[in-house]
Design a protein around this ligand. Structure first.
Ligand SMILES: [Zn+2]
Ligand SMILES: [Zn+2]
Length: 267
């Protein structure tokens, strides 16, 4: 059971897997900006914990298309060594997912909280799926280690099995599931646009860390590799989402789904 209810986009169902959450330092978010954190905490108490930390949830999305094809977007930490001590973790988060039925896995980027669950104990976690990774991340993290908190190395197993799709184009994986290169957080970072019957939800990946960034897309995170590039990608996609009334699904928000309102994040 997830604490997030399934979301419907036309005939598409999006389930949220929650592996748990940790309390991360606010000091790493919007560095150099004067942020009214007290005001933010009052408006959205669910996003914070204590005076100087925020609730970093590790979420992944399981998408069932009207054709019954199942696509997974991000895979959680899996058995990768933990990045931060969990405040709460849910060992059975993936229990309800028929992993053998998953046809496509889209990894937004190769940080371990998104790609760590692609390979479990050396074997593909989704044995019948093609795993989509942007080439720029694959080459940028080629020599990564567990210390970098990058899940690239264990994924060599997928390459050897021919299960990896390495591309640098904004293709449609299956009808209704589009990949969009949104670099900055990492060089090959991608967001995913799900659409059916005139409705759209953008699964952002780490284009956003905190809801504050929806009102202030120029504010970045210390975890972004190229902050200026990330801000440009964020501006563009948030503008498009506001213009066209897209919903957003944000993996690290404690409450992942909302939209872009005139004054920022709208739940
Ligand atoms: Zn959660
Ligand atoms: Zn992340």
């Amino acid at each position: 059971m997830s604490h997030v209810q399934p979301v419907h986009v036309g005939g598409i169902e999006v389930r949220t897997i929650c592996e748990g959450w940790a309390a991360l330092a606010l000091a790493d978010e919007s560095p150099g900006q004067t942020v009214d954190w007290d005001g933010e905490r009052e408006r959205r108490p669910w996003a914070f914990v204590g005076p100087d930390r925020w609730r970093w949830h590790v979420h992944a999305f399981v998408v069932r298309l009207p054709s019954d094809v199942i696509v997974v977007v991000d895979t959680g930490v899996g058995d990768f060594p933990p990045y931060a001590p969990w405040e709460e973790s849910f060992e059975d988060a993936w229990a309800g997912v028929e992993v053998a039925e998953v046809r496509h896995v889209v990894v937004t980027h190769l940080h371990a909280d998104h790609a760590g669950g692609t390979v479990i104990a050396g074997a593909p976690a989704f044995p019948n799926a093609t795993v989509h990774v942007h080439e720029a991340d694959w080459s940028a993290f080629a020599r990564s280690t567990a210390d970098d908190y990058v899940a690239r190395q264990p994924m060599d197993a997928l390459l050897e099995l021919g299960m990896l799709s390495l591309t640098d184009t904004d293709q449609e994986v299956v009808p209704g599931v589009q990949l969009r290169h949104t670099p900055g957080h990492t060089p090959g970072h991608r967001s995913v646009i799900l659409s059916d019957d005139g409705e759209v939800v953008l699964l952002t990946g780490d284009l956003l860390h905190l809801p504050t960034q929806v009102a202030h897309p120029g504010w970045w995170s210390a975890h972004d590799q190229d902050p200026q590039l990330g801000a440009a990608a964020r501006r563009l996609l948030l503008w498009r989402a506001a213009q066209d009334g897209w919903r957003l699904g944000v993996p690290h928000f404690a409450r992942p789904f909302g939209s872009v309102g005139p004054k920022g994040w709208l739940e």
